[in-house]
Design a binder for this molecule. Structure first.
Ligand code: OAA
Ligand code: MG
Length: 406
């Protein structure tokens, strides 16, 4: 990407105030009386109430609209293990998006943890502060255990964004792309390059939506995940297929779908040429995709391409998910975010793409027109209808599945 954009990004982050987010006060604090309500002695009364009834925290504190965006810095974007502190710009960025798109407040928390247990313990001990926990940029496989144990221990939603957020958006975009390609998810043969958090969660969600496990080939650094391998962790084992295919080249031949959640430029033009008719290529590595859209389109004119980036059509990025999924969950004080809620989000997103696009979306993207088609398989992040459609669908799924407290 251009050097200029990166220079601009540094200036954006540095001035006029370092960082991207600050705290706002929601009550009057101008007079002696204001202070005696906000602080001693008045503050003692909500304290006594919450001590008697913890649910009162939702009434007298910011808890119910406050999400922790928490990382250990072990898998920041596609940049790898850069450490907790270096992950902070991304976590602040998530806070900006939660606030902009769903009016949810965020504390970003960067945890230096030597072990998954230390991380789990830290999060569990601070969880009372929050209405929900958004785990971010935590590497596989330890992210799976971290999420599972925190879900068991806590009665607020715990959601690993890079797994389920990205999976929801990819699945919604894929349903639409398959429709354009005239293919059914039940028949689709898909390759997933990258068997980490996002890859595994996405494949699991596609199976829930009708994909057949034996038609999904996961590929990791050592090649195709197949039943003859003895180096697979329990999460990859679930996707081991009985096949002769061994390399990424082998896997891509005649495939209908390629989903990359790996690293830059790993998907070649030869691989693309070997895919079935109207191939679907989701090159989702951030910031640099597995293949650049211009190269994919130059290689085949029947390809449908998506990336994770804002500067190309078809942005498959979890920004379309986490703000609205948490909004829906917080609105009904859901105890968790379950699969029914994720599937509801998939269908709401996929359906919205078929409707006429409002003028303000065209303006935000400098476009004359935009309609369902190969360059528009998923709504744009600046679509004001997202906040109207997604949270109610997710909240309803929470109610139906019995995890809503309101
Ligand atoms: O931050 C983004 O653009 C999407 C994301 O969660 C990641 O790449 O880890
Ligand atoms: Mg992430």
């Amino acid at each position: 990407m251009s050097h200029k954009l990166y220079e601009d990004a540094l200036a954006y982050h540095a001035t006029p105030t370092p960082g991207k987010i600050a705290i706002r006060i929601t009550k009057p604090t101008k007079t002696q009386r204001d202070l005696s309500l906000a602080y001693s002695p008045g503050v003692a009364e909500p304290v006594r109430r919450i001590a008697r009834n913890p649910e009162d925290a939702y009434r007298y504190t910011a808890k119910g609209n406050l999400v922790a965006v928490i990382t250990d810095g072990s898998a920041v974007l596609g940049l790898g293990n850069v450490g907790a502190l270096a992950g902070k710009p991304v976590m602040e960025g998530k806070g900006v998006l939660f606030k902009t798109f769903a009016d949810i407040d965020v504390f970003d928390i960067e945890v230096n943890a030597d072990t998954p247990d230390a991380f789990i313990d830290t999060v569990a001990r601070i969880a009372d502060t929050f209405g929900g926990i958004n785990l971010e940029d935590i590497a596989a496989p330890h992210c799976f255990r971290i999420e599972r144990e925190l879900r068991e221990r806590l009665d607020i939603p715990v959601f690993h964004d890079d797994q389920h957020g990205t999976a929801v958006i990819a699945a919604a975009g894929l349903l639409n792309a398959l429709q354009l390609a005239g293919k059914r998810i039940e028949d689709m043969r898909a390759v997933c390059l990258g068997a980490g958090a996002t890859g595994i969660a996405t494949m699991n969600l596609l199976i829930q939506l009708g994909a057949r496990r034996e038609n999904l080939l996961m590929v990791d650094r050592k090649g195709v995940v197949h039943t003859g391998r003895e180096d697979l962790n329990e999460f990859k084992q679930g996707f081991a297929v009985n096949t002769d295919r061994r390399t990424l080249d082998d896997a891509c031949a005649d495939a209908d779908v390629f989903i990359g959640v790996s690293g830059p430029d790993l998907f070649t033009t030869d691989m693309l040429r070997s895919m079935a008719a109207t191939p679907i290529v989701f090159a989702l590595a951030n910031p640099d995709p597995e293949i650049l859209p211009e190269l994919a389109h130059k290689t085949r004119d029947d390809v449908i391409v998506a990336t994770g980036r804002s500067d190309y059509p078809n942005q498959i990025n979890n920004v379309l998910g986490f703000p609205y999924i948490f909004r829906g969950a917080l609105d009904v004080r859901a105890r968790t975010i379950n699969d029914d809620m994720l599937v509801a989000a998939v269908h709401a997103l996929a359906a919205l793409t078929h409707e006429p696009v409002p003028q303000e979306v065209l303006d935000a993207y400098g476009l004359e027109a935009l309609a369902f088609g190969t360059d528009y398989i998923i709504p744009k992040p600046f679509d004001p209808r997202l906040i109207e459609r997604l949270p109610p669908a997710i909240a309803e799924a929470a109610r139906q599945s019995g995890v809503a407290r309101n």
